[in-house]
Design a protein around this ligand. Structure first.
Ligand SMILES: Cc1cc2nc3c(=O)[nH]c(=O)nc-3n(C[C@H](O)[C@H](O)[C@H](O)COP(=O)(O)OP(=O)(O)OC[C@H]3O[C@@H](n4cnc5c(N)ncnc54)[C@H](O)[C@@H]3O)c2cc1C
Length: 484
């Protein structure tokens, strides 16, 4: 047996001692599933995947990895779109899906205490009998976990009114990379001293393993009104978004779906009876006291008309409302019809820049000869230019990467940032220098080192590994070697 094999055997033995052989995967064919997340462009082979069922087991795994000097990476449902849960450097994947208990729902204090493997939508379902819900609602909410949401500071269609995950997390239990455990924040929402919860939310699994989360629950609004406006093009839909915000309305959601996406949806199981010739649709949702909504929704209808909408429909009942949302939430799935691979981009621009930026994004897609579509959280200025492609074609792949880089630079030049909700992960670590200087990055690294001085927790994420000159060259970044 070679030294490397012997070392691997020792690691597996140590991991099996923590969770048992049936909760430790290490054969090549078992590990394949864990070689990537929702962004299939990047892959990395884990040494093993372990499934803890308690905080004590998480601590034991972390200590075993540490002893063997092997890095580890927490993983939720693997729906991440930035390669955040990738097992770089042969890391051990700590799969948190079995830490899935809702420990408490406390209506009097409007909070819930959950484990990180609880699926986002399951928490709202459990809170519903109490008249409560968990507000952050990523489009992946039927699958993604709250641990993944905390790590990515996930948003969703209703972020516009309710805020992102960070606005709903009150306290965390965190297993540090040395195996110790800390309680951060407080269930009251008030904690003296440094905002450690704020530091951990959005840290992309680089500071430790979250093993319990106390979240704020919100009252289910008395009434909801949903409107679907049909526009001749995406630019006029963007103009309507600006007008609604300028009118001091606070919609719960403002989402745009462009023509290419509409057609993919209508060809798919998510078909919602949308007009295939529409240039774009805008879904606007308002919620609150029943008495206030009719006037507000009429105002939105009027503004959409002024922005150039051909037609505006207001959902007559819950079934119709769900039909409108089906088109939006099924959009990424429907795009599987366009090509074998989908690169979901994620960047933010000031809302006022939306019309100009969208036009330029489409121009970039055309110039590179790519199938580019847009479905996005328009109210937040959070764009998702989606490129459908086939990664088996190296020329196409190179064009996808070059177009993606141009889109990011365009958004930053318009006063935006490189990610709204999917995180930096592996995908954008070489682009983080577009928004942060060396001194900023060094300060972040120092914070990280406070939690993880040896950088064994989720290595190779967020921070750049190459200098900027190499970034736009797909070969230099290894994209020419993406496995088929
Ligand atoms: C169809 C589709 C639609 C999507 N829509 C949205 C959307 O609307 N809004 C949005 O924000 N995102 C969206 N996403 C992206 C993704 O669902 C989110 O980033 C989600 O938060 C990831 O959760 P997960 O459980 O899948 O985490 P994973 O992908 O498994 O992991 C994501 C990150 O979390 C870390 N992590 C996981 N568990 C823990 C833990 N216990 N402790 C510490 N770190 C941990 C991992 O290390 C990794 O860095 C979408 C994805 C898809 C495929």
């Amino acid at each position: 047996m070679t030294a490397a094999l012997a070392e691997h055997a020792r690691l597996i033995e140590a991991l099996e001692a923590t969770v048992g052989a049936d909760r430790c995967l290490h054969r090549r064919e078992q590990l394949l599933v864990y070689e990537c997340d929702g962004l299939t462009l990047h892959t990395a082979d884990p040494s093993a995947v372990v499934f803890p069922e308690s905080r004590d087991e998480v601590q034991a795994i972390v200590r075993a990895c540490r002893k063997q000097r092997v890095p580890f990476v927490p993983r939720g449902a693997g729906t991440g779109l930035s390669g955040g849960a990738l097992a770089n450097d042969g890391a051990v994947v700590i799969e948190c899906s079995r830490l899935n208990r809702i420990r408490a729902i406390d209506p009097a204090n409007r909070i819930a205490v959950v484990e990180p493997g609880v699926v986002n939508a399951d928490l709202s379902a459990a809170a519903r009998p109490h008249g409560l819900f968990y507000a952050p609602d990523p489009s992946s909410q039927l699958a993604c976990t709250l641990g993944g949401n905390v790590a990515e500071n996930a948003g969703g269609p209703h972020t516009l009114k309710y805020g992102t995950t960070t606005h709903h997390v009150l306290a965390l239990e965190l297993v540090l990379p040395d195996g110790s455990c800390f309680e951060l924040g407080s269930a009251t929402g008030f904690a003296p001293g440094f905002d450690w919860v704020g530091a951990v939310v959005g840290s992309e699994g680089t500071l430790g393993i979250v093993t319990a989360i106390t979240v704020r629950l919100s009252p289910i609004p008395e009434s909801v009104e949903t409107l679907l406006a049909i526009f001749p093009d995406v630019v006029s839909a963007c103009r309507a978004v600006g007008m609604v915000i300028e009118a001091a309305l606070v919609p719960a959601a403002l989402e745009i779906v462009d023509q290419r996406t509409i057609r993919a949806v209508e060809d798919s199981v998510y078909a919602a009876g949308l007009p295939r010739d529409a240039g774009a649709i805008l879904i606007a949702e308002l919620d609150g006291p029943a008495v206030a909504l009719p006037a507000q929704i009429e105002r939105v209808r009027e503004l959409c008309g002024r922005a150039g909408a051909d037609r505006v429909e207001i959902a007559r009942d819950e079934a119709e409302r769900q039909r409108f949302w089906r088109a939006r939430k099924g959009a990424f799935g429907a795009m599987g019809r366009l090509a074998p691979d989908l690169y979901v981009h994620d960047a933010v621009v000031p809302r006022s820049a939306l019309p100009v930026v969208l036009e330029k994004v489409c121009e970039i897609g055309d110039r590179y000869g790519l199938t580019l579509s847009n479905v996005f959280h328009a109210g937040d200025g959070n764009l998702h230019p989606n490129i459908s492609f086939d990664r088996r074609d190296p020329d196409q792949l190179a064009r996808v990467m070059a177009a993606g880089a141009e889109i990011l630079k365009l958004c930053v030049a318009a006063g935006g940032v490189i990610t709204g909700e999917h995180g930096v992960g592996t995908e954008k670590r070489e682009f983080i220098s577009l928004v942060f200087g060396d001194a900023d990055l060094e300060a972040m690294q120092r914070l990280r080192a406070t939690f993880d001085p040896d950088r064994i927790c989720n290595p190779g994420k967020i921070f750049p590994t190459t200098r900027f000159c190499a970034e736009s060259n797909p070969k230099a970044r290894g994209y020419d070697r993406v496995p088929m």
